[in-house]
Ligand binder design. Structure first.
Ligand SMILES: O=C[C@H](O)[C@H](O)COP(=O)(O)O
Ligand SMILES: C=C(OP(=O)(O)O)C(=O)O
Length: 370
């Protein structure tokens, strides 16, 4: 159908057709560099690519029970300051090496934050932390960070929130998560079906695990959907399905779900649905009431629980250099405390190192009884 253009609005270099019924609430549309532009500018080194391939295989082996170590996904709630994140990654590299017989350590490198209502949405969305939303710079900053950490030999995990951003960074990611707020989203399930790394689905914010089980089944099936190609063009994407989907228990509105009975029930439901019964338990979020001190206690309880539960393949921890969290006000940014979270409260490094020691002991005890 031919529809006359009522006006063209121009933003950046893009002209956008606006009719009386489209773009009514859109202020601007600005082109971004394409995924192939960014990958050509910031290519993965051979070493980083090899490290990603190797760690994906290791994570798969742990999730499938072929490697008896405990997977530990640990790091800041969000990366807001790459320098502090890199300092953390160096310390984590040493801890990972220390516990390598018992733990497979993956660093949380979360660049996209889902918000309950509004708030800072992460380094990709707003890398200058000032509401300027310089997404082109954010994509490059995320890619640079992933590359710097992969070069240390530390595998990285991230939450995929936007369906387009993976084209810019996923080659450097060893483990992916879909968050509690998007597990029920068909878009995220389809996306996961084509991702190249194991992907964990959080249970819903209400605590229900049914949506995550459905998500695992959906993402493990072939899918066809609208996406973008490497040149940023709208494209039909057809996937084979992701063979490495799994559940992450994060608690919910009714409280925690990391107890022995919750874990056993969840594992049984997964197995009954023909899915992997081995799962990850998040010690943070609703499992700790977002209290970083409580999180450390939950993690130590999990370290004890591991011995008696084959279902626990991994544990997730939110941790940064400095404990707690600080408020980020993007409209009037004051000085920030170096190494402290600007989203959820995290355990500090000292507590983290001691919790990793406990988890390693739990993993060792499980091996000795197994
Ligand atoms: O992990 C981070 C937060 O729990 C999640 O992004 C929601 O945050 P909010 O409730 O502060 O928006
Ligand atoms: C947002 C997160 O968790 P959840 O989806 O469980 O709230 C997270 O892990 O950063």
């Amino acid at each position: 159908m031919d529809r006359p253009a009522e006006n063209l609005f121009e933003s950046g270099t893009m002209k956008t057709l606006t009719t009386s019924s489209s773009n009514v609430n859109v202020r601007t549309i600005e082109p971004l560099p394409t995924p192939s532009d960014v990958l050509a500018e910031l290519p993965a080194s051979d070493e980083a690519a090899a490290s990603v391939r190797r760690s994906r295989e290791e994570i798969r082996a742990v999730l499938n029970g072929l490697d008896d170590r405990l997977l530990v996904i640990v790091g800041p709630c969000s990366i807001h300051d790459p320098a502090a994140g890199l300092e953390y990654a160096r310390m984590l590299a040493d801890a990972a090496q220390l516990h390598r017989e018992d733990l497979l350590v993956v660093m949380r490198a979360y660049f996209e934050k889902p918000r309950t209502t509004v708030g800072w949405k992460g380094l990709i969305n707003d890398p200058h932390l000032d509401g300027s939303h310089d997404i082109a710079a954010g994509l490059r900053a995320a890619r640079n960070f992933l590359h710097d950490v992969a070069a240390l030999g530390v595998p990285l995990g991230t939450e995929f929130l936007e369906p387009i951003s993976p084209q810019y960074i996923a080659d450097l990611v060893s483990w992916g998560a879909i968050g509690a707020r998007t597990t029920e989203s068909q878009i995220h399930r389809q996306l996961s079906s084509g991702l190249s790394m194991p992907v964990g689905f959080k249970n819903g914010t209400d605590g229900g695990i049914g949506v995550a089980l459905d998500a695992c089944a959906s993402a493990s099936a072939p899918q066809a959907f609208l996406g973008v190609d490497d040149d940023g063009r709208a494209a039909l994407v057809s996937t084979t399905g992701n063979p490495d989907t799994h559940l992450i228990l994060r608690g919910g509105a009714d409280g925690p779900n990391y107890g022995a009975e919750d874990v056993a029930n969840a594992s049984a439901r997964l197995a009954a649905a023909g899915l992997n019964g081995r799962l990850i338990v998040d010690a943070s979020h609703a499992n700790s009431g977002k209290d970083h001190r409580r999180q450390a206690a939950v993690a130590r309880e999990l370290a004890d629980a591991v011995e008696g539960s084959d279902a626990i393949a991994g544990v997730m921890l939110e941790s940064f250099l400095v404990e707690g969290a600080q408020k980020l006000d993007v409209s009037a940014r004051g000085d920030l405390v170096y190494g402290q979270s600007v989203t959820d409260a995290c355990m500090g490094w000292g507590t983290t190192a001691s919790v990793l020691g406990d988890l390693a002991r739990g993993s060792r005890r499980r091996r000795s009884v197994g």
